[in-house]
Write a protein that binds this ligand. Structure first.
Ligand code: DGT
Ligand code: MG
Ligand code: MG
Ligand code: MG
Ligand code: MG
Length: 249
């Protein structure tokens, strides 16, 4: 295509190529989900429909964008890890982040009904995105541990808080006061002594969040190939081969 005199404006684009050899992590987070959860009557502290929809949307992202090796989600956030050697979108941060965010957002709306049935989606939700690079396995592992620790800390707090309100009859202000200055052990103790709840027995989905990985699966691929034949001329035959990967939770 012939160059126009306007072509120079291209040079204003910033170079946002992600450093080679690093894991590229894209983390999405729901915009103002405090309000979104209220308006859509999410159950407290955890709404399994909402968590299921987040996971379904993350699966869609993993299915559509190559090179994501693992994804981790909790609450209104999901992190996607691209393999270190990925050259997808020439490793351009803005392309990777916006593709992940838009695929996730459209999937969230597309699959809404599968999780919320007839309950209407009241307005279009949005998700912010950021890109972080991690140069070592240790850093990546610590990143995922950090997000999971966040899940655990929030879930323990929220579980006790809503138990005090829903089962203990406290107001939200009283529950907040009751929890001020308490450590994890104190929170476990409140649940156990006052409500006969062993936090360890709470669902793993709520305590730990969700991890999506690719799993090698046996898959039958049928190929047509020609085989030399003593009668001369080729003859088609079928051969089978096991290969492929499937997405599993
Ligand atoms: P942001 O991210 O700065 O735009 O603001 P928010 O409001 O999204 O805040 P964030 O992301 O720090 O916290 C997530 C909010 O989403 C939090 O207020 C609780 C709500 N949320 C997430 N999952 C659930 C759920 O399963 N049940 C309920 N009731 N609320 C949830
Ligand atoms: Mg949020
Ligand atoms: Mg926030
Ligand atoms: Mg959040
Ligand atoms: Mg285009």
């Amino acid at each position: 295509m012939a160059k126009s005199k306007f072509e120079y404006v291209r040079n204003f684009e910033a170079d946002d190529t992600c450093l080679r050899n690093c894991y590229i992590v894209v983390r999405l987070d729901g915009r103002n989900f405090h309000k979104f959860a209220e308006q859509h009557k999410f159950t407290k502290p955890n709404d399994d429909r909402a968590l299921g929809l987040m996971t379904r949307s993350a699966r869609s992202v993993m299915g559509e964008l190559e090179d994501i090796i693992i994804a981790y989600g909790q609450s209104d956030e999901f992190s996607f890890v691209f393999k270190r050697t990925s050259t997808l979108f020439k490793r351009r941060a803005s392309k990777l982040m916006t593709h992940v965010a838009s695929q996730f957002s459209s999937s969230y709306v597309f699959y809404w009904k599968d999780f919320f049935g007839e309950q209407p989606l009241l307005y279009p939700p949005g998700f912010d995105g950021r890109v972080v690079l991690y140069p070592s396995n240790r850093n990546l592992r610590d990143y995922l541990s950090w997000r999971q620790a966040d899940c655990h800390i929030n879930n323990l707090y929220n579980t006790v808080f809503w138990t005090l309100v829903q089962k203990g009859g406290l107001t939200t202000v009283q529950a907040e006061d009751r929890l001020k200055g308490t450590l994890a052990a104190d929170k476990n103790e409140i649940l156990f002594s006052d409500f006969d709840i062993n936090y360890n027995n709470e669902p793993a989905l709520h305590k730990k969040g969700t991890t999506l990985i690719w799993e090698k699966r046996d898959e039958t691929v049928t190929k047509r190939m020609k085989r030399p034949d003593w009668r001369g001329g080729g003859r088609a035959c079928d051969s089978q081969q096991e290969d492929g990967a499937g997405l599993s939770l």
